[in-house]
Design a protein around this ligand. Structure first.
Ligand SMILES: [Zn+2]
Length: 379
């Protein structure tokens, strides 16, 4: 696969190629073609043949299967080029198959939705959490049950976005939920008999930014919330790391000597210095006209911490997601200024720090996209 083709297949996980069995080859072809159309491209069968290098027979075989399954549909014709018959265009079918997506990253509720293959909510439901904010498996099952009432036959999977370290469907550690080694996937698959995909919440959000925001295949995504989390995409592969904790930067200290003491035992953790909660508290403690200084100081510390991964990975795009009282123009300008001072050189093109523009459904949508990706690659 050359670089050009590779870059055109964002939904296809590189590395899953060149296996021996015919069913693997078929699955791979299917994944390539679906990924070319995802999310909103329209191609004819001839286009798909040209882009994948597959024969007409191979293309039409896979296309027919995907049409029958409800993954893609025929949607209009090519505009006439004056020569011969106009080809029928194919696109992702958003009318038939459904995904149940849950977002466990919010403080006071579990948000759920039935989405289409592009992760757009078609129906929503939520459960308010009790005063202790605890989420238990029963609440999750109850919400999925309600969402599945009329749609389970069309559901290709359940996607759950969880704040924490996740390994093969098991939540290894979630300080936000107070969970340790919880096999949420096993629990839900036993109950609902459809594939369940558990994804870290920040990775979910990054996927939405990748497919529906402005990101390319290389991206550093940082979320400012009660804590701080990051996710990294390199050549369209999510970097999860040795212990599946890639992006868990909240307890990396940026001021280990003089920073405030963190419950984890260290001083000056990112979470203690730069989280939304910490910054709001600091702003409340100063006069109103000094509040921009709090934001500027935070932005400079953030950019200083960012310089090394940016240089190490040669990342040109840093996307920041957070509430507007923190991730505002003052923040972005100060962070950009500091990053430019520390990273710009003849061989590092300017890295742009920008605000994430995806809306409130960013987490739910990403959880659904993870299900689509899993479905395409495993069937
Ligand atoms: Zn800490």
């Amino acid at each position: 696969m050359n670089d050009h083709i590779h870059a055109a297949f964002p939904l296809h996980t590189p590395g899953k190629t060149a296996k021996a069995s015919p069913s693997d080859v078929r699955r791979n072809n299917r994944s390539l073609m679906f990924s070319l159309l995802f999310p909103t491209n329209r191609y004819s069968r001839a286009d798909l043949g040209r882009l994948t290098g597959l024969s007409r027979v191979a293309v039409s075989d896979v296309v027919n299967d995907m049409l029958a399954e409800g993954l893609i549909r025929e949607s209009g014709h090519e505009t006439s080029t004056g020569k011969g018959k106009r080809g029928t265009l194919l696109s992702i079918d958003t009318t038939r198959l459904r995904i149940i997506s849950l977002d466990l990253s919010q403080a006071h509720l579990i948000q759920g939705a039935v989405t289409d293959l592009l992760g757009l909510p078609q129906q929503r439901m939520e459960i308010a959490l009790g005063p202790d904010n605890r989420i238990d498996a029963d609440a999750i099952i109850q919400l999925v049950d309600q969402l599945a009432t009329d749609t389970l036959e069309a559901v290709i999977g359940i996607g759950i976005a969880v704040p924490g370290v996740i390994q093969s469907g098991v939540i290894r550690e979630s300080s936000a939920l107070g969970w340790h080694d919880v096999d949420l996937r096993g629990l839900l698959e036993a109950r609902f008999d459809v594939p369940v995909v558990i994804t870290n919440d920040v990775i979910s959000e990054m996927l939405t930014e990748r497919f529906f925001g402005q990101a390319g295949p290389n991206l550093l995504f940082v979320k400012f919330d009660h804590g701080i989390g990051a996710a990294t995409l390199i050549d369209d592969v999510t970097v999860v790391g040795e212990h599946h904790a890639g992006g868990e930067i909240g307890h990396i200290s940026i001021d280990p000597e003089n920073g405030p003491l963190c419950p984890c035992g260290k001083r000056g953790c990112m979470e203690m210095m730069l989280s939304v909660d910490a910054l709001r508290e600091r702003m409340r403690a100063v006069a109103k006209d000094e509040r921009p200084d709090v934001i500027r100081d935070a932005a400079q510390r953030f950019a200083a911490a960012l310089a090394m991964p940016v240089g190490l990975l040669d990342i040109a795009d840093v996307c920041v997601y957070g509430p507007p009282d923190i991730v505002n123009n003052t923040f972005l300008e100060a962070a950009q200024h500091r990053l430019d001072l520390t990273t710009e050189s003849t061989f590092h093109a300017r890295t742009v720090i920008r605000r994430c523009q995806c809306g409130a459904d960013i987490t739910l949508r990403g959880g659904a996209i993870a299900v689509v990706r899993n479905h395409i690659e495993s069937h």
